[in-house]
Design a protein around this ligand. Structure first.
Ligand SMILES: [Zn+2]
Length: 423
């Protein structure tokens, strides 16, 4: 159980920290970075011989970070014992693996290696407080917050009771059961993955007096496509904001203008630009507050499209036009000159979903470079196929072999990924 006072203290501290200018924000980041790096050399064996500035610390991808897991936590825990404990807790859906006073969580639903993330109760309380401060319109007003999640999060455990009431709904339940529970709870704030919001918006438009009428809606845990965002906004009559969160950290949240901002008060973000013309980048993050485990120059597997330079909300935090999902969601294709270039998932999404008759699709780039396309309904296959060919041609790509494939089996827990590269 998390200490409510710690949650409140973190919430109030977050609300009271104001950064009027980018320079003020950068001073705060530099102070925190110095603290994080000094401590890192002292407590994490992996960094014992590291230099004094951020550039002296290596950029780590997830695989490398996991390989050095033992030297990157301050408890001397090793990866095998943590994995075993976490998997046992997942298997019985208790989600409460702890070792040496530290909770062990697995990163969810991604392909490839599962990440293992360690947090103390104090860190969880801090996270919950920060989340409340950033996500709730007011800390004084009563709120009924519903979360549709893959597993019970620390936020739910942290702040039950008081003016803020929580309802946690398991994402693994069938859609009817999720809708029923939410209707019974009648949340003022609803946070759910985009596919759940989409389903709820459709149900809501089909009844004359809907019970489910939250005033604030957050899309969590997956990429929010423009088409889903507009269906949710019209179904509920309020915009779908985004919470950009990963097990690696609480990375961003939309402001009241619906613009996604990076949480640069919590996380220092370096940009590895992968496309000069659009500025698309892969974020390399350093968490400024986490203590049990080092997240220092950790490369996320996401692609971000930078947003407007100045948001009307006045925040000094950088804006993001779109989170395009994992770097695996980028196709790499030869162009007509023979050079390999990226094709970003949102281009494919926009082109194929705009094709006549296409409701949904899944595209995979196979290891041999060919493309496999599954389409719903299946009689729109040719239409989707033509749209994809037109897109490739218009962007100067040599056309790879494209073939139809059956719709893949996806569990409700699986993240929906329309575009994916096998690797
Ligand atoms: Zn803003």
């Amino acid at each position: 159980m998390v200490d409510r006072w710690r949650v409140l203290a973190a919430a109030l501290a977050t609300r009271s920290r104001r950064f009027g200018t980018r320079a003020q924000l950068e001073r705060h980041q530099q102070r925190r970075l110095q603290h994080v790096l000094n401590r890192a050399r002292r407590v994490y064996p992996f960094y014992a011989a590291a230099g004094t500035s951020l550039a002296d610390f290596p950029v780590l991808d997830k695989a490398t970070w996991l390989r050095h897991f033992d030297g990157l936590n301050d408890r001397g825990l090793d990866l095998a014992q943590c994995l075993a404990a976490a998997r046992a807790a997942e298997a019985d859906r208790s989600f409460e693996a702890t070792l040496k006073g530290v909770s062990i969580g697995l990163s969810s639903g991604t392909s490839g290696q599962q990440g293992v993330f360690l947090t103390t109760p104090a860190e969880q309380a801090r996270w919950a407080g920060v989340m409340l401060a950033k996500a709730l319109p007011s800390l004084r007003e009563p709120a009924r917050v519903a979360l549709v999640l893959r597993s019970g999060g620390p936020l739910y455990q942290a702040v039950h009771g008081g003016r803020i009431t929580f309802c946690y709904v398991d994402l693994a339940l069938p859609p009817d059961a999720i809708a029923e529970r939410l209707q019974a709870f009648a949340p003022t704030v609803l946070a759910a993955p985009p596919q759940v919001l989409d389903d709820l918006a459709a149900r809501r438009s089909s009844v004359s007096r809907p019970d489910l009428a939250p005033h604030t809606i957050y899309s969590i845990a997956d990429v929010l496509d423009d088409d889903v965002a507009s269906r949710v906004a019209s179904g509920f009559g309020c915009p779908a904001r985004q919470i950009y969160q990963a097990t690696e950290g609480f990375l961003g949240i939309s402001c009241e203008h619906g613009i996604l901002h990076l949480n640069e008060d919590l996380v220092h973000v370096e940009r590895e630009v992968i496309d000069q013309s659009s500025g698309r980048f892969t974020p390399v993050i350093t968490d400024l507050y986490r203590t049990t485990q080092a997240i220092i120059r950790y490369r996320l597997n996401d692609v971000l499209l930078p947003g407007v330079p100045d948001c009307p909300c006045g925040s000094a935090f950088a804006t993001v036009a779109r989170v395009e999902g994992r770097a695996d969601d980028v196709l790499w294709l030869p162009d007509q000159a023979g050079a390999t270039r990226p094709l970003f998932a949102d281009f494919v999404r926009n082109a194929v979903l705009a094709a006549p008759g296409v409701h949904d699709f899944r595209l995979v780039q196979r290891l041999d470079g060919s493309l496999g396309l599954a389409v719903r309904p299946s009689n729109a296959q040719a239409s989707a196929h033509r749209a994809l060919q037109r897109l490739l041609r218009s962007r100067g790509f040599a056309e790879p072999a494209i073939s139809g494939r059956p719709w893949p089996v996806e569990s409700s827990i699986d993240k929906r990924r329309r575009v994916r590269r096998e690797r």
